[in-house]
Write a protein that binds this ligand. Structure first.
Ligand code: NAD
Length: 353
């Protein structure tokens, strides 16, 4: 058997913990990639994996991504992530969430969890009954907090505007054609913000009804999921799955910009160079999609101080995402290295690697 720390996605993670709770049937993995900048923060994914090895790969890639994301967002947080291995039916019980909360608690604050795919605010409230190392809890009054999705959408929108300005020289999104893959919590939010600015929208989702309803509401066009990557447009915005920018995906692109929220969009690091070779400006995923973790982290840090989290501070920090992207693109243009490689180098330096 190959030791997991010899596989490519293991990147000197500080801790990788397998959690098994026989009574509830919980199986989970918690990855702490780095606590160099502070407690490792990152959400919990609830997902049915075809193979356990896929779950391990996911937690390793996602927790490293969180180290990079938190560092590049200027947050005093390290990077971690958890995955709960769901059965084929997606059975999720209060007992499983309680056992998961106990496991997070045993880490004593080295890992702070929140929502990710398959986990909602109510699930985090259940986890919070067992541990204080939780964020993304319902906001009180005007304070920031709760579902990170709308904050992620806000950051993607600002980042996309920056990309359109940088590559197309346009200050407005009016008439700019954006094709969105996935219109769930984040993609749907991005589409609404774009519609407000008069962008032309093409929407695709495996939940076809969702894409059609949003297209009707916002005046866009819904297309099949297998067609959206090849739509001739100004911006392709991935907001569903990771690893879509592989050889085949990149060859199909008919857009000069890729800017979206999906985590781990590049199938392999060299696909950052493949995008440059095709003349595509790429907004590194963990930089453009940091809005949610900015909200989650500030909410957590404020709660530690016993103070409400000022939503304007969250907005102010999200508004800095375009500046970071522009720094990356400028350095990429100057050095000839891809934006993905430049962002990785910046993030690694920040986390002392
Ligand atoms: P979500 O589950 O609310 O939405 C995802 C949508 O994608 C769903 O509508 C789903 O039907 C659709 N989808 C799934 N497979 C698809 C496919 N092959 N083609 C087209 N559509 C497909 O999730 P979300 O919270 O909106 O997150 C979207 C992506 O952004 C994920 O990769 C997530 O990891 C990433 N992300 C989310 C946040 C956040 O704050 N929610 C933060 C950072 C990154």
């Amino acid at each position: 058997m190959t030791a997991f720390w010899t596989q490519p996605d293991y990147d000197d993670h500080e801790t990788v913990q397998l959690v098994r709770d026989r009574a509830s049937g919980l199986t989970a993995l918690i990855g702490i990639h780095s606590t160099h900048l502070g407690p490792a923060a990152g959400g919990t994914r609830f997902w049915h994996y075809a193979q356990p090895a896929d779950a391990l790969r996911d937690v390793l890639r996602l927790s490293r991504g969180m180290s990079y994301k938190n560092a590049m967002a200027g947050l005093p947080m390290g990077g971690g992530k958890a995955v709960i291995l769901a059965d084929a039916k997606g059975t999720k019980t209060p007992e499983m969430l309680a056992a998961f909360g106990d496991a997070v608690d045993r880490l004593g604050g080295r890992y702070v969890t929140a929502e990710d795919v398959g986990i909602c605010v109510a699930d985090m409230v259940a986890v919070a009954a067992r541990t204080p190392y939780v964020s993304g809890l319902p906001a009180e009054g005007d304070a920031a907090g709760g579902d990170p999705g709308p904050f992620t959408a806000m950051g993607v929108y600002h980042g996309m505007k920056a990309a359109v300005r940088y590559r197309l020289g346009k200050d407005s999104l009016a008439g700019v054609h954006v094709a969105l893959q996935g219109v769930g919590s984040v993609g749907g939010g991005v589409a609404r913000l774009l519609a407000r600015d008069g962008a032309k929208l093409t929407l695709a989702d495996i939940n076809r009804d969702r894409a059609e309803a949003l297209a009707d509401e916002l005046g866009g066009e819904a297309v099949e999921t297998d067609a959206v990557m090849g739509v001739a447009c100004d911006v392709f915005s991935p907001n569903a799955l990771g690893a879509i920018l592989d050889d085949e995906g990149i060859a199909r692109l008919e857009a000069p910009i890729v800017a979206g929220a999906a985590n781990n969009q590049l199938a392999r690091p060299e696909h950052g160079d493949a995008l440059v070779a095709r003349g595509v400006l790429y907004a590194p995923d963990y930089v453009i999609n940091a809005g949610g973790i900015i909200s989650v982290a500030l909410e957590y840090l404020c709660r530690q101080d016993g103070a409400p989290c000022d939503i304007n501070e969250v907005r102010k920090r999200i508004a800095l995402i375009p500046d970071r992207l522009e720094d990356i693109w400028r350095e990429s243009d100057a050095s000839g290295q891809s934006p993905a490689a430049i962002a990785d180098a910046m993030a690694q330096k920040l986390i002392g690697r």
